[in-house]
Design a protein around this ligand. Structure first.
Ligand SMILES: *Cc1c(COP(=O)(O)O)cnc(C)c1O
Length: 387
């Protein structure tokens, strides 16, 4: 059998932890009940859902009633942004977000623009961080929501949530964060960070795909949210649909493992990243995208002068699975909106590679990948010289 390439694309998704799978299995077959049912099968499932809810809530210092299960972070972001817009439009139709957000935040905002909402897209500096003064001056009397992601999915940059939360709180504007990349990777505390809404997903922390949650504050203030899915009234009417018990159990297990091992695991993953970066720095014309330290431990995003990222990706495809900073839409290849927001020249945005290092990677894998990138870039450059 052919060996598969080394997986270094943990910002796209992570392999599921086997401990998560074991926790989930009984809930597919044996404890299959509908958590809404009023009999033993229902109660068994409901108990598991409730335990999962508590684990997720504890992980972010929220209460179980403040957790609304969704199909993932995309749905959580849509529910937060559209749900707040619909519930608060009589108070104002202005929303503030950031140029480097995930499409699952930017696209709901663009949609709201078509309904007459005004969106301010805050810029970022060359390291990917927002300017707190610019945020404060952007807040207007009709601002109803600020949405700033916790950790960026391309460059791993961590925004200063606590400081942002203080500003939003002072101005009595709701604060939402997309924490898809951050949950169980960095400490998150909805009280300390004055968060009103937070989007989560399981599959970026070694959990199953198709499950996530939205944290919705219930006290000081009690956040109003217009549901986006209507039906059986589950999740206190905030999100209808039969709860997916095995996925919830797996999500909770993944978060629990992540939280319990966070410090140790970050240390391990950081050491792998530093190893990879020290190998790659042997290349001429290589530069780091994003802040050098205020970033996820597993993220390394680099640009290599004169090299096409998509071509490099193909050149490496038998060795390593990574992403480049350009996204292929159906018609054309466009440079990443995140890298262009950093002010990277278009050429360098095309010349980027994103490594996402995770729990199951090894030092040997990192060495193999590092050497493969060195030799592939060198051969590209030789070919260019030979013309
Ligand atoms: C992956 C990701 C999403 C989408 O999450 P899904 O659960 O796949 O819908 C949203 N935001 C960020 C920052 C992400 O990394």
């Amino acid at each position: 059998m052919f060996q598969r390439p080394i997986y270094l694309d943990c910002h796209a998704t992570t392999p599921m932890d086997k401990r998560v799978l074991s926790a989930m299995l009984p809930y597919f077959t044996e404890y299959f009940g509908n958590p809404s049912s009023l009999h033993q099968y229902g109660w068994e499932a409901e108990t598991a859902v409730q335990q999962g809810r508590e684990i997720i809530a504890n992980a972010i210092n929220a209460t179980p009633e403040e957790i609304v299960f969704t199909s993932g972070a995309t749905e959580a972001n849509n529910l937060a942004i559209k749900g707040v817009a619909e519930a608060y439009f009589s108070q104002g139709k202005h929303i503030i977000t950031v140029a480097t957000e995930h499409r699952a935040v930017l696209d709901p905002c663009e949609y709201l623009q078509t309904l007459g909402f005004e969106i301010t897209y805050l810029p970022v500096n060359s390291e990917g961080l927002i300017d707190l003064e610019k945020l404060e001056t952007a807040i207007r009397p009709d601002t109803i929501l600020v949405s700033v992601m916790a950790a960026n999915n391309e460059i791993g940059v961590l925004q200063p949530l606590k400081e942002i939360g203080e500003i939003c709180h002072q101005h009595q504007v709701l604060f939402h964060t997309d924490a898809a990349q951050a949950i169980a990777k960095i400490p998150l505390d909805v009280q300390e960070m004055s968060l009103d809404l937070m989007s989560l997903t399981a599959h970026k922390v070694y959990g199953p795909k198709g499950i996530g949650a939205l944290y919705v504050r219930r006290r000081n203030p009690r956040v109003k949210l217009a549901p986006q899915l209507h039906g059986g009234g589950q999740e206190k009417n905030r999100r209808s649909g039969t709860l997916y018990t095995p996925q919830i159990v797996g999500f909770a297990k993944a978060v629990e493992i992540g939280i319990n091992n966070m410090a140790k695991e970050n240390q391990y993953i950081l050491q792998l990243r530093e190893k990879l970066w020290s190998i790659l720095q042997q290349l001429e014309g290589i530069s780091l995208n994003g802040h050098p330290t205020k970033r996820l431990s597993g993220n390394l995003n680099v640009s290599v002068e004169g090299i096409d990222g998509a071509a490099l990706l193909l050149g490496l495809k038998s060795i390593v699975a990574v992403s480049s900073g350009s996204a292929c839409s159906s018609t054309k290849i466009a440079p990443s909106h995140v890298l262009t927001a950093l002010g990277r020249a278009e050429k360098l945005a095309y010349a980027s590679l994103r490594f996402g290092i995770g729990r199951f990677n090894t030092v040997a894998e990192i060495e193999t990948v590092g050497q493969a990138v060195l030799s592939t870039v060198k051969s590209f450059r030789q070919k260019a010289v030979l013309g």
